[in-house]
Design a protein around this ligand. Structure first.
Ligand SMILES: Cc1ncc(COP(=O)(O)O)c(C=O)c1O
Length: 426
């Protein structure tokens, strides 16, 4: 008899996984910090040069990052949000110009648009990939559209080609938000190198981390120049003249972050490989569970599994994803229903909590008010009812993944049987 047979933990049975025994999502990088990071940090402290313009670590980190992604330019900054702000700052929209993106993302994708007083325009997601639906993107284009931000969600590649095709036809820039997608590939190409600019986050839960930090990469010389200046008060350091060429913040990464980032970069290939291997193990284990469908990848695609998402056939199970997630959590699984609410529903946007009482840029910047009605992106709004998300970690062992698969099977089998017996599930 398998360990999981019997009552569900939510009904008083024994949980499949002992609470607290799995590494959490924020341990993702913490588990790989060690002597290498310490050695780099010690060098920085001994040098007495902690600022990027005085030291060498951030510069070396940028060069190494650019090399790994095969691009000529990489600029470090203080967060993923900052990395995206550098991208928007480089594109330099006029206030009121529009940037199209997905509502299913971290708020850090949206903040930089608003900081430049541009208007975020939300296109719907493809319910299969949970990333931007190109048809919806094209519908949202107006004469004020300047750029599209494509988010490679959960570490799976969003297909960039239809988005690039639209961008070319309408003369738009494409920013790839790769905060969750280190070494992710689409048709054999590293994401972040396919559009005009790629942005990364080194926040604690990411594949590589220095606590907080960001990187912005590009092949475009002109964009690279603006990105670099936007990171440092618009200050052209190469000349002797102390001056500021345009309005921009100070997003300089410190040498301490650069030192840790440099050591983490050397571990990244291994981290992604381990995440991928464990994900493959779980996907295989779930091949006889038709109600749960892991992501499918096309030829040449590679997912780096920041999280492990699954489509759920709630009709066959006769329960909601919320009920399913609760039962899984009681079994000790790091599961939740959906990811985030669509970004146009967060108070900062819905209630226009932006600049004092102005409501900019939703009012006052353009002649018309910017309104995001309910139902704007139906697939994004329904996402939480159709998917379960598991926290993922390169520190998971084969044993951990076997336990996760057992937990999923135990709960799904229970509800499947309930449905067949016509019993009340809940
Ligand atoms: C898709 C996405 N975009 C942007 C960000 C913002 O990054 P940060 O938290 O480093 O500012 C994050 C992560 O937190 C993210 O996951």
């Amino acid at each position: 008899m398998e360990a999981w047979e019997g009552r569900l933990a939510k009904d008083g049975g024994t949980p499949v996984i002992e609470p607290g025994s799995l590494p959490t999502v924020s341990d993702a990088s913490g588990r790989t910090f060690g002597e290498e990071e310490l050695a780099e940090l010690t060098e920085v402290i001994r040098s007495g040069r902690l600022g990027r313009n005085e030291g060498t670590k951030v510069k070396v980190f940028e060069q190494a990052f650019a090399r790994r992604w095969g691009v000529p330019h990489a600029t470090a900054s203080t967060s993923g949000t900052a990395a995206l702000h550098l991208a928007i700052g480089a594109i330099n929209p006029d206030p009121g110009d529009e940037i199209i993106t997905t509502p299913i993302t971290d708020f850090g994708t949206i903040i930089p648009i608003l900081m430049q007083n541009a208007v975020p325009v939300f296109a719907d997601i493809d319910p299969e990939t949970w990333c931007l639906d190109p048809a919806s993107v094209e519908q949202r284009i107006t004469e004020r559209t300047r750029a599209i931000i494509l988010v490679h969600l959960f570490g799976r590649p969003a297909d960039p080609d239809p988005i690039l095709d639209i961008a070319r036809r309408y003369g738009l820039r494409v920013i790839e938000d790769c905060s969750q997608a280190f070494l992710t590939e689409s048709k054999g190409r590293l994401v972040g190198t396919i559009g005009d600019i790629g942005c990364f986050s080194f926040q604690q839960s990411k594949h590589m981390s220095c606590g907080d930090g960001g990187m912005t990469i590009t092949k475009d010389e002109e964009l690279a120049w603006r990105i670099r200046l936007f990171q440092d008060k618009g200050w052209p350091r190469e000349g002797n003249l102390r001056t500021h060429l345009f309005l921009s913040p100070n997003y300089r990464m410190t040498e301490l972050q650069g030192a840790v980032g440099l050591a983490q970069l050397k571990k990244l290939d291994d981290v992604v490989r381990r995440r991928e291997e464990r994900a493959r193990q779980l996907t295989l284990a779930l091949s006889d569970v038709p109600e749960l469908r892991p992501i499918r990848l096309g030829p040449g695609d590679r997912a780096s599994y920041w999280l492990y998402p699954m489509h759920v056939d709630t009709e066959s199970l006769g329960i909601s994803t919320k009920v399913l997630a609760y039962a899984l959590q009681q079994e000790g699984l790091p599961a939740r229903a959906g990811y985030v609410e669509p970004m146009y529903k967060v108070p900062a946007i819905r209630d226009r909590h932006t600049y004092g009482r102005s409501g900019y840029p939703f009012v006052g910047v353009r002649k018309e008010e910017i309104i995001y009605p309910d139902g704007l992106c139906p697939h994004a709004e329904a996402m939480a009812e159709r998917m379960i998300l598991l926290a993922w970690n390169e520190g998971f062992t084969e044993e951990h993944v076997r336990a996760i698969a057992s937990g999923l099977k135990k709960v799904v089998t229970y509800y499947r049987q309930q449905k067949h017996q016509g019993g009340a599930a809940g």
